[in-house]
Design a protein around this ligand. Sequence first.
Ligand SMILES: Cc1cc2nc3c(=O)[nH]c(=O)nc-3n(C[C@H](O)[C@H](O)[C@H](O)COP(=O)(O)OP(=O)(O)OC[C@H]3O[C@@H](n4cnc5c(N)ncnc54)[C@H](O)[C@@H]3O)c2cc1C
Length: 333
Amino acid sequence: MGDERAARIAVIGAGLAGLLCARRLQDAGLHPVVFEKSRGLGGRLATRRAEDNRTFDHGAQYITARNPSFRAMLGRARQAGKADLWRPRLAPGMEERSEDWLVGAPAMNALVRPLAEGLDIRQQSQVTALRRALGGWHLEGVEDEAGRPFDAVVCAVPAPQAQTLAADEAALVEHLAAVRIAPCWALMVTFSELFDPGFDACRPDGEALAWIARNSSKPGRAAARDTWVIHASPDWSRENLELEREEAAARIVALLPAAFGRDLPPIDHAVAHRWRYALTTAPLGRPYLATGDGSLLIGGDWCLGARVECAYESGEAMAAAVLERFGLEQLDG
Ligand SMILES: Cc1cc2nc3c(=O)[nH]c(=O)nc-3n(C[C@H](O)[C@H](O)[C@H](O)COP(=O)(O)OP(=O)(O)OC[C@H]3O[C@@H](n4cnc5c(N)ncnc54)[C@H](O)[C@@H]3O)c2cc1C
């Protein structure tokens, strides 16, 4: 097929679901254009950098996988040195098994980089609406030099954001509106001296905080200066959602001595990040939504749950559906 008539596909969102889908489409011979509103790739598989090479994985903390094809992708990432096991010392009382906790290396978002290689990705490009156009879809808010609509659009963003983009599609909006995703305030902290409370991961008692992790205990991170990531609970995050970042940081810092159960060294870095849509509490229950003609697909982790693996499975299913529509075969891996 010449370029004139080649299928035009847009993927909105460069989190794992969007990137995996785009990768599969490209590997099968299509040339999707990926639009991502932020500067980075990976979405909630996120890493923030601070001075002195310190990094904070302030979104997803670790990955577990049962899906064979996801496990195979993670296996390849491990072989390539882009992922490794994280064996944190768990706080007393944590009854979880951490033998198979995987993290990106040297940072969480390293996992998605191989997926992005060679893709046409437009960063800092926020789609503001999807409009049906003659024979396809027009994306508002982003530059698109081609001058003809997209034949298919894959929208891989959290359900509430997809609802805004696809507001004209009443049948889809109804399902999107039923999905629930809890927010999360994340705090990135460095103490002025090395600090060892005797654990690397903890789910604190109490209602305000949900998670404490020594980020620098993860493989490949600079361990010379401790970095810590703290997640507030869904309830606390919801109640304090509209705080300024500085105020949210101050309030979470005030909760830390009780959560650690001891006095803390002085803090020399404390920055908060608001995840407005963090963890799905009421999923869709199937891997994606689509218009009747199959030209718009909407997915992401929230279709199946609150985990990275759910994003993978949704992205994979959307890719398969698009390829089927265009009569193409999915390549493994
Ligand atoms: C605080 C926190 C802790 C977590 N902990 C874990 C954990 O320990 N283990 C686990 O398995 N999972 C965890 N998760 C969940 C995990 O991060 C997600 O399931 C997964 O990363 C979601 O991937 P996704 O591709 O579906 O969505 P996202 O990663 O959210 O990707 C969506 C992308 O779309 C972009 N976007 C949105 N709107 C637009 C627009 N209009 N135009 C263009 N681009 C747009 C966003 O910028 C983003 O890059 C956690 C999440 C958070 C926030």
